[in-house]
Design a protein around this ligand. Structure first.
Ligand code: GDP
Ligand code: IMO
Ligand code: MG
Length: 432
């Protein structure tokens, strides 16, 4: 048994959903520790696309058991929408989807406050109410799934919190207050639908570990969106690095055997904040367009900002997470380029920078030191083994390994399950 955490190495959307789906074939339990429906994870099977926001991406395999942990924030309406979509696709989830009673609930006032906050201090959030919900959690006035499904006490607890939130909404922003009756009725209906899934997730995962059953921990967002170590304040409001798995699921550190870092073969970011290797508009013109490159946000439909691979950035996040191996995604997207740039170092003026800056003001001053490598100028989406990749593509992967100091065990050359090249012995897989 090897339990694995799958963590994004950049600013999210690295392809974690695809990796989790692939690894779910040989796992029993798949668990989300943090975040909410700000995440959008895509899995493509036999040409059919599935998008997950909160439900773990391992749900497509009928043998798996999936968990939404206590460190997540749940928008019940969105979650019920995901369940409907699974039913629509004929995927059963009864008795194999479990929600922690400790997870906090997103209410309409969280979404409204997210929107209003963005008007004052724009982070470029997904406006799903994630930040305001986590604020209430640490402010000790949030409501959890356990509160939502406790019919006798839910309305009173909501009344108390809503009084406070309405003050904030009215006094700070001049927005009209929200109605207790409306929210209470709407959420009572959600409670009825979600109550059957609420279960002692922490204890279940403990037992799974004891029984030596393989657990996959599905990271959401990326390490540079981490609320502590990310490009603050342009971050999300949860702990997105491997450490967050323990605090978000109530499992001990020894329950994570290995950490897989997922990185794109280049870099993307949605929302505001510094981006050292962001492409110039001329360079962007050389890339496939956003639709062809699948670089349109799954959750908000925004175009993602695109940049070259940033080795100092990924090396930094490898260190933050204790990464054992890398999965490099979307190598195929670089297939049209004559030359590919790769950032191998940072400098400010003439001075080389050896530590990733803690302050975004300093990160904004950083200039990338680039190395240029030849492109391979051909499609690689149907190649089946690493050794069959063109020489220049192999050299590019090897250079990333060298710069980041970690071996690459998975290379993705397209969105489909079958478009995956396994390398070395880490995943104990034969090349497909
Ligand atoms: P996640 O949030 O980390 O799960 O990633 P997203 O699903 O938000 O974004 C990744 C996008 O790239 C999705 O549309 C995937 O289907 C797609 N994708 C994943 N791996 C590959 C790949 O190797 N090549 C191509 N072309 N697309 C990929
Ligand atoms: P997955 O799991 C990419 C970004 C938002 C914004 C910042 C704060 O699909 O990789 P929030 O709504 O969380 O308060 O927004 O974080 N963001 C993501 N970017 N992928 C994600 O998730 C993201 N989740 C949040 O764009 O910049
Ligand atoms: Mg995503």
């Amino acid at each position: 048994m090897t339990s694995v955490a799958v963590i994004g190495m950049q600013w999210g959307d690295e392809g974690k959903g695809k990796v989790v789906d692939l690894l779910s074939e040989s796992a029993v339990h798949i668990a989300r520790a943090q975040g909410g429906n700000n995440a959008g994870h895509t899995v493509v099977v036999s040409g059919k696309e599935y998008r997950f926001h909160l439900i773990p991406s391992g749900i497509l395999y009928p043998h798996t058991r999936c968990y939404i942990g206590g460190g997540t924030v749940i928008d019940p309406k969105s979650l019920i929408g995901e369940l409907d979509s699974l039913r629509h696709h004929g995927i059963s989830f009864e008795k194999r989807l479990f929600i922690s009673p400790y997870a906090h609930v997103i209410f309409p006032y969280h979404r409204i406050l997210d929107e209003l906050n963005e008007g004052v201090h724009s982070i470029g959030t997904t406006k799903r109410g994630i930040g305001p919900c986590y604020v209430d959690k640490v402010g000790r006035r949030g409501l959890r799934m356990a509160d939502l499904i406790a019919q006798d006490t839910f309305r009173d607890k909501l009344a108390k919190t809503l009084q406070w939130k309405n003050l904030e909404i009215e006094r700070l922003f001049g927005h009209k207050p929200l109605s207790l009756d409306e929210i209470s009725d709407e959420y009572a209906a959600y409670a009825e639908q979600l109550a059957p899934f609420v279960a002692p997730v922490e204890e279940m995962l403990f037992r799974a570990g004891r029984n030596n059953e393989k657990i996959l921990y599905e990271g959401a967002q990326g390490s540079l969106l981490d609320v502590t170590f990310g490009t603050y304040p342009f971050v999300t409001s949860s702990c997105t690095i491997a450490g967050g798995v323990c605090s978000g699921l109530g499992v001990g550190p020894s329950s994570i055997d290995r950490v897989v870092g997922v990185t794109k073969a280049y870099t993307t970011r949605v929302g505001n904040g510094p981006f050292v290797t962001e492409l110039s508009s001329a360079e962007l013109g050389l890339f496939p367009d956003h639709t062809a490159a699948r670089e349109i946000g799954v959750t908000t439909g925004r175009k993602r900002r695109i940049g070259w691979f940033d080795a100092p950035l990924v090396t930094h996040t490898i260190h933050l997470n204790g990464v054992d191996t890398l999965a490099i995604m979307k190598l195929d997207i670089l297939g049209d380029l004559d030359e590919i740039r790769i950032c191998v170092g940072y400098k400010i003026g003439k001075k080389q920078i050896h530590t990733f800056p803690a302050m975004i003001e300093n990160l904004a001053l950083v200039e990338p030191i680039y190395e240029t490598m030849p492109g391979w100028k051909c499609p690689i989406g149907s190649i089946q083994t690493f050794n069959d990749l063109p020489h220049a593509a192999r050299a590019y992967v090897r250079r990333i390994e060298e710069l980041c100091g970690v071996e690459v065990s998975l290379i993705s050359v397209g969105p489909g399950r079958e478009q995956t090249l396994w390398q070395g012995t880490f995943f104990e897989k034969e090349p497909v």
